[in-house]
Design a protein. Structure first.
Length: 269
């Protein structure tokens, strides 16, 4: 899977031209990603003889709007890209919410996608909006698609226990340590991507590693949690306890366990 930034639209255009195919796309924050998002992915991936692309953002719109109250992302950019690649997408356009991008009108945004990757199919959710001050919703996109001959699929929300699946609700489940429900709703089981976290020896407790709580992912409420730590060598993992505190994460290192770079922490429930 090829990954392009918004500043690399010309490179994306060259890539699509070299493949001599039109593109089928879906656009969204895709924090999770969860099963509601997968219905959009499936709509795109089932289009034969198309390049399959996903357009997403390095921050969710909820983070942009509610930074102070935001609990954290469900997934890092690295995790999202892994999901997209495993599902079979040909390319991802990763957009940062720069001041210039945020001022683009929704229809102009769609025109730019059409020009850069020959978008001929678009899958969106019923509540999708884009553009400056969210000026473009399903009605506007539907009218635009008829003008330019763009095939549009508006996918219904996916329900769980009679309620629409949302990233916000899944974040709250993680906060409440309801990992069983979380794993039913996500495309992949929830884990903490700690590949960029720097662990230091604890000065208080021998046999512990400590890290500043600067992970951008949502964390459960303060407490002790049984976890599995997966090292850079995926075949190497160990069971231990993770302590979530107000300012720090503390990880017990079992006696005799050599500490190696940890990539993932999964919660055992």
């Amino acid at each position: 899977m090829r990954v392009f930034s918004w500043s690399e639209l010309d490179d994306l255009a060259k890539f699509c031209f070299s493949q001599n195919k039109n593109s089928a796309l879906t656009v969204g924050g895709f924090d999770g990603p969860h099963l509601g998002h997968k219905s959009l992915f499936d709509s795109v991936l089932q289009k034969e003889d198309f390049l399959h692309g996903v357009v997403t953002f390095d921050f969710t719109d909820e983070y942009i709007k509610h930074k102070r109250e935001f609990l954290g992302e469900l997934s890092t950019v690295k995790q999202k890209l892994e999901v997209f690649e495993n599902l079979g997408f040909d390319f991802c356009l990763m957009i940062d919410f720069s001041s210039n991008f945020s001022k683009i009108k929704g229809i102009d945004f769609l025109k730019m996608l059409g020009k850069s990757c020959s978008m001929q199919f678009l899958a969106i959710g019923t509540d999708f909006r884009c553009g400056y001050k969210l000026d473009t919703g399903v009605a506007e996109i539907s009218a635009y698609s008829k003008q330019v001959g763009l095939e549009l699929a508006v996918c219904d929300s996916v329900l769980f226990d009679g309620k629409r699946i949302s990233s916000s609700d899944i974040r709250q489940c993680i906060k409440n340590a309801d990992f069983s429900t979380v794993d039913k709703l996500l495309v992949f089981p929830f884990y903490l991507d700690v590949s960029e976290i720097r662990w230091l020896d604890s000065s208080f407790n021998q046999g512990e590693k400590i890290a500043h709580r600067n992970s951008f992912q949502v964390l459960p409420k303060n407490g002790a949690y049984n976890v599995k730590a997966i090292c850079s060598d995926k075949a190497h993992s160990f069971s231990t306890v993770l302590y979530v505190e107000s300012d720090f994460l503390r990880l017990e290192i079992p006696l005799g366990q050599d500490f190696e770079p940890i990539q993932k922490i999964t919660f055992v429930y």
